[in-house]
Design a protein around this ligand. Structure first.
Ligand code: NAG
Ligand code: NAG
Ligand code: NAG
Ligand code: NAG
Ligand code: NAG
Ligand code: NAG
Ligand code: NAG
Length: 556
């Protein structure tokens, strides 16, 4: 006997279900497989995935299974893109729990049940089953004292850690290794042309997200490591202001330049992820200087955001050596922005442009900081089976295991050796630090913004547009701009990689002053919506995974 009340509720629930199906879904055609109803995981947005999860069309368990199958298809097999180092053995368990929670109490946030891939320098608790190694065998099996601050925020929001992404080892702070290479992960390559450079150091985060091996990913940036792989992999990405996102629990290069940010397929997804990972963290005191409340960055998603705004082009130095196809696409972008109501100020040069391209101050700062911070990382580990407990040990470990850490034709660990030779916080160090801030900010980005009364600067996402922002600690929002043409002259980028190459993407970067993410997201969104460049060209055929949700839903 069904009690009357429950029967009534069941009927009501059925009505609501039918109503919501009628409203939110295309009319089902029962005569054919329902493939069209599932979002294509190559492109699926967080909102589309959230809609499918909310309506019960698929679950987070389905999503994890589908992404694992897609990783399996192309990571080591087929084109062997080597974008992912490890998948999370606990991901299905977390997904099932989050599916149950969604059914009973609803979703915690827009990232509830959404899989996210983390660059392998972002710590997760070892008991979950994954390593945190920055790609290095020296850290294999090490036990971190705590998770990264950004991971705590992601978990609280209900996101599921899908796995760890390959990267340029130690975030490219080793010397004489190509972008995207790590001892543990091997050579990651671009999905838009066989063996093309994925850029670094967040290479795997970029490649994996570009073809939908994950819903979203995080990268880290010290000088271009989010912006460049975002640009080369047809993504939207945010390199935040220094101190907006916590670096606690992230294998460091330098507290004066490291930042953590989203690398995703749309500015909307970037705004969703940044809104969750930004915030103060007592374990990273640089975050204490940020404004008191984290904005909801999705409120910046205004297709008219460029209207009436002044955007400057710092032409001097930053266009030197760029391919003609990049310069032409950039010219078209300026016209698009003018059409959207922006005033383009061109040129709007950085007074410090030449000095930025020539200065070695950054090298002294990073080399000095790395030695101090990486020693602290090794010493802070609860255990490290390799016995590596310092930079000195790391250098010795690499030389003792050339088969793991020194690939064919590798010449030296030049950056590690230079770092090892630094003398701590000398007068020269403090002078260099102050000099960098002046080059990037007061005589750089801020000088141009104020001198030409600008809201932002814009540059192609190739060359070194990221360096002024890295020195200043300022944000960059990057969106797709174009693709190298089929007749581009192919160049070499390392022993195993080429660049440029036909069809390889390049981005457009908006630069602003400290904590101007909200504005830059608006500009990036307006440009993205007007152009939709990302969907104009796909990865090469073998690099596109075939598994879709239709292949896993109801199949187990
Ligand atoms: C780390 O990687 C090793 C080798 O792939 C694996 O055996 C281990 O389970 C991983 N996880 C941890 C926490 O060590
Ligand atoms: C963070 O703390 C260190 C040492 O505790 C101090 O030297 C540094 O100035 C602090 N930085 C900020 C940005 O508060
Ligand atoms: C979007 O931007 C336009 C142009 O700046 C502005 O007039 C409008 O109020 C904005 N819309 C919202 C919802 O903020
Ligand atoms: C910093 O840059 C200035 C100007 O280029 C230069 O004179 C100085 O030697 C540099 N300092 C270091 C440590 O590289
Ligand atoms: C590629 O083709 C375009 C259009 O036909 C042409 O303008 C350009 O010079 C060619 N570039 C090279 C490197 O051959
Ligand atoms: C190593 O260098 C030699 C000599 O330059 C070259 O012939 C060979 O192809 C290189 N091997 C790799 C894997 O890059
Ligand atoms: C998830 C995955 O495929 N990881 C692989 C990354 O590359 C290393 C080295 O080839 C493999 O051992 C991992 O299995």
């Amino acid at each position: 006997m069904v009690p009357r009340n429950l029967g009534f509720l069941a009927v009501l629930a059925l009505c609501i279900l039918q109503l919501s199906l009628a409203i939110s879904l295309p009319q089902p055609d029962n005569s054919k497989p329902s493939k069209a109803r599932f979002p294509d995981l190559y492109e699926a947005s967080v909102i589309e995935l959230q809609d499918g999860l909310d309506s019960g069309l698929f679950t987070s368990v389905d999503l994890i299974k589908a992404y694992f199958a897609r990783i399996d298809e192309v990571n080591l097999k087929g084109p062997a893109l080597r974008a992912v180092i490890e998948t999370n053995p606990s991901a299905l368990k977390h997904a099932a729990a989050l599916d149950a929670e969604r059914r009973t109490t609803g979703k915690r946030s827009l990232l509830h049940g959404i899989p996210i891939l983390l660059k392998d320098n972002i710590a997760t608790i070892a008991s979950e089953g994954m390593n945190t190694t920055a790609g290095s065998f020296s850290l294999l099996g090490s036990v971190v004292p705590d998770e990264a601050g950004v991971v705590k925020l992601l978990r609280a929001a209900g996101a599921i850690i899908l796995g760890k992404a390959n990267l340029s080892e130690f975030a490219e702070f080793r010397g004489d290794l190509p972008s995207g290479w790590s001892g543990r992960g091997g050579q990651c390559t671009n999905a838009f042309f066989p063996n093309a450079d994925p850029c670094g150091s967040s290479s795997g985060s970029g490649v994996a997200t570009s073809i939908g091996l994950t819903a979203v990913s995080l990268g880290s940036d010290t000088d271009g490591s989010i912006t460049c792989p975002t640009s080369y992999n047809n993504l939207a990405g945010i390199k935040p202001t220094l101190g907006l996102t916590s670096r606690a629990g992230v294998i460091p290069i330098s507290e004066h330049q490291d930042t953590i940010g989203p690398m995703v397929r749309s500015v909307t997804d970037a705004a969703i992820v940044l809104s969750i990972i930004a915030g103060k963290d007592p374990n990273d005191n640089f975050t204490l200087a940020q404004p008191d409340s984290v904005p909801d960055y999705t409120m910046a998603l205004n297709a008219s955001a460029l209207k009436g705004r002044r955007i400057g082009v710092p032409r001097r130095v930053f266009f030197d050596g760029l391919d003609a196809s990049v310069v032409a696409a950039f010219g078209d972008a300026l016209e698009v922005m003018t059409g959207l109501g922006a005033t383009i100020v061109d040129p709007a040069d950085l007074p410090s442009a030449e000095e930025i391209s020539q200065s070695n101050n950054e090298t002294l700062v990073l080399d000095t900081d790395f030695k101090i911070q990486i020693n602290a990382w090794f010493q802070g580990l609860i255990e490290n089976p390799t016995g590596v407990r310092s930079l000195t040990d790391l250098i010795a470990f690499n030389d003792a295991h050339p088969e793991l850490e020194e690939p064919v034709n590798f010449t030296s660990q030049s950056i590690l050796l230079a770092s090892q030779a630094t003398d701590g916080f000398t007068d020269a160090y403090f002078q260099a630090l102050a000099f960098d801030k002046a080059l990037g900010a007061t005589r750089g980005i801020d000088a141009a913004l104020q001198g030409f009364d600008l809201d932002a600067l814009v540059l192609p996402g190739v060359g070194f547009p990221w360096t002024p922002a890295a020195l200043a600690g300022y944000p960059i929002v990057t969106v797709p701009l174009g693709f190298y043409p089929d007749n581009v002259t192919i160049g070499s980028a390392g022993p195993l990689t080429i660049y440029p190459a036909p069809g390889v993407p390049f981005g457009l970067s908006f630069l602003g002053t400290a904590f101007s993410e909200f504005e830059l997201i608006g500009f990036g969104f307006a440009y993205e919506q007007a152009t939709k460049t990302r969907i104009k060209r796909r990865a090469f055929k073998d690099a596109i995974p075939k598994t879709q949700l239709v292949d896993v839903v109801g199949k187990y």
